[in-house]
Design a protein around this ligand. Structure first.
Ligand code: PMP
Length: 537
């Protein structure tokens, strides 16, 4: 099949915009060619228009050759560009399935292209003959989505291949969710089928929705037409750099967690009497039919849980699309759906921090509804941090991924920063709190912690550890942790501790801190401000 003949004449003849960097070909030198600012702030230069490093690492991770990759501002950009390259406005059309991802229709409408939707079968499977029959001479692109959104199922591969082999135009297979399916998808077939385009994204399994990076995978000549019409600098510097560093980190354990959780949530939902059907899913969401979806939707919303109402989509009457969250988010969702949890609205305090060394996410539920989950990659530190919510009287979810190959220092320090900021917010969220807290010895080792949450950062540290290391962590790291915490939390913290067992000394300090915090957090009465000798804070 000659792809060039399918391309719109004006695009075939288009002389693409040539950037200053395209023309010079040099990576270093004195750049006086693009009217940029000469002052280096990290972003004064235009990004690489060909996204070479990004494509190189994505190629390494997936095995897809770089020459078959087009990188876009999300895969949404590729959807739009494919329509612009192949469809003549006001004349051509596209064909897709129903229900499916809404952007194919929207991007077509923006370009004045009609969209014909062919309903999937009752079990959401694809009937290739029915689809091909709906194509006319003006049909330039067929959009398929596998695993399909919002149904969650992979389309049968033979059926997809029948469509690719028998359609005389472009077939796009959107594989945004393929990583959750365990299937390799169609990316390996783009050099076999010149009319095939596979879409992939970093927004789902790679956790980079905020960066807006997606790929179209196709034969090199087809990729060159997409590159011809894209904005020259369509993927910004920050997104390219961050995507490269996150791709290097890998996503296997998060992927395994989501798949495990999907199966757990699906099997638990099947036992709920309000649930009519849980559709099989190869993605990171479940389509669930309820007896009364409106009531469930409202109940979840009242609890601060937002899901997607898909009841008006073809074949989806009474169905909600539910994304898979963390283990405890899913547990809370299940509790709310089962109606076994009090319906208090959740107001979570969330903090994130991401640097070259660590990536940290903290959620605090002042009401204590979440299951505590602490994951830093340092087992003893996890054990210590667990004491804070358990004895502090709230719930805490903390996920940290750090450069542990360089030791525990960065992870412990950065966790202290993020936890401290979240605790500072927690203190501020309790009007009329006690402000001060103190605690007395616990365990066979003694520890007492005095705390003032009134906004002054100071650490007084009088802890005697009987050993230099505690379960592999330098004992001075605990001083450093509380020093950093006192600053990020803006609290005065006095610690006095000692004992004969280093593990117990550390644990007693964390417990005492949490108890002191609990006292400080509890509300002393009907005051709405924090008490101070200078008035109120
Ligand atoms: N394809 C499908 C099937 C999707 O569900 C989505 C996003 N919801 C996208 C593409 C868009 O992905 P991106 O963030 O890469 O634009």
């Amino acid at each position: 099949m000659n792809i060039e003949s399918l391309v719109r004449r004006n695009i075939r003849e288009l002389v693409p915009y040539s950037t200053a960097r395209d023309e010079c070909g040099l990576e270093s030198g004195i750049f006086l060619d693009a009217n940029e600012s000469p002052f280096n702030n990290g972003f004064n230069r235009y990004p690489d228009p060909a996204q070479l490093k990004l494509k190189q690492i994505y190629s390494l991770v997936t095995g897809i050759p770089s020459e078959n990759l087009f990188a876009g501002n999300g895969s949404d950009e590729a959807i739009d560009l494919l329509i612009r390259v192949f469809c003549e406005p006001g004349a051509d059309n596209i064909v897709t399935i129903s229900p499916t991802y809404g952007m194919y229709r929207t991007a077509a409408a923006v370009n004045d292209i009609k969209c014909t939707e062919v309903p999937l079968e009752a079990d959401f499977s694809l009937n290739p003959q029915k689809l091909l029959k709906a194509c006319a001479a003006e049909t330039k692109i067929i959009f398929l989505c596998s695993p399909n959104n919002p149904t969650g199922n992979l389309l049968n591969k033979d059926s997809v291949e029948t469509v690719i082999r028998n359609f005389r135009g472009i077939v796009v297979v959107d594989e945004a969710y393929i990583d959750f399916s365990g299937d390799g998808g169609f990316a390996g077939k783009v050099n076999t089928f010149p009319n095939l385009v596979v879409l992939r994204t970093l927004s789902k399994a790679w956790g980079m929705a905020g960066l807006r990076v997606g790929f179209a995978i196709a034969s090199a000549p087809l990729v060159s037409f997409l590159s011809k019409v894209k904005y020259p600098y369509n993927v910004n510097t920050l997104s390219q750099e961050k995507a490269v560093s996150l791709l290097k980190r890998g996503n296997r354990s998060q992927l395994d967690t989501v798949i495990f959780e999907r199966e757990r949530v699906a099997s638990e939902l099947k036992l709920v009497s309000d649930v009519v059907e849980v559709f099989p899913s190869d993605a990171n969401f479940l389509l669930v039919r309820f007896k009364d979806s409106k009531e469930v939707f409202r109940r979840l919303l009242n609890s601060g849980i937002i899901v997607r109402d898909r009841t008006s989509a073809e074949g989806c009457r009474g169905a909600l699309r539910i994304s898979i969250g963390t283990g405890s988010e899913n547990t809370l969702l299940l509790d709310r759906i089962k109606g076994t949890c009090a319906g208090n609205a959740l107001s979570l305090l969330c903090r994130q921090r991401s640097t070259a060394e660590t990536m940290i996410s903290v959620k605090i539920d002042p009401g204590g509804n979440l299951v505590n989950e602490i994951s830093t990659g340092i087992p003893f530190f996890n054990h210590m941090l667990e004491q804070i919510p358990v004895h502090g009287g709230f719930s805490l979810q903390l996920w940290a991924s750090g450069d542990l190959e360089n030791g525990a220092h960065h992870t412990i320090e950065d966790v202290a920063i993020v936890v401290g900021e979240a605790l500072s917010e927690l203190v501020a969220s309790v009007p009329g709190n006690n402000r001060y807290g103190f605690s007395l010895p616990m365990d066979e080792s003694s520890a007492s912690v005095l705390i003032d949450t009134g906004g002054r950062a100071y650490l007084k540290w009088e802890a005697d550890f009987p050993a230099e290391y505690v379960e592999g962590i330098e004992s001075d790291m605990f001083r450093h942790f509380f020093d950093t915490l006192s600053r990020s939390m803006k609290a005065t913290i006095h610690v006095k501790a000692g004992g004969t067992n280093a593990h117990h000394v550390a644990e007693a300090i964390f417990k005492a801190f949490a108890r002191a915090l609990r006292t400080a957090l509890s509300s002393s009465g009907d005051d709405t401000k924090i008490q101070s000798s200078k008035g109120v804070l």
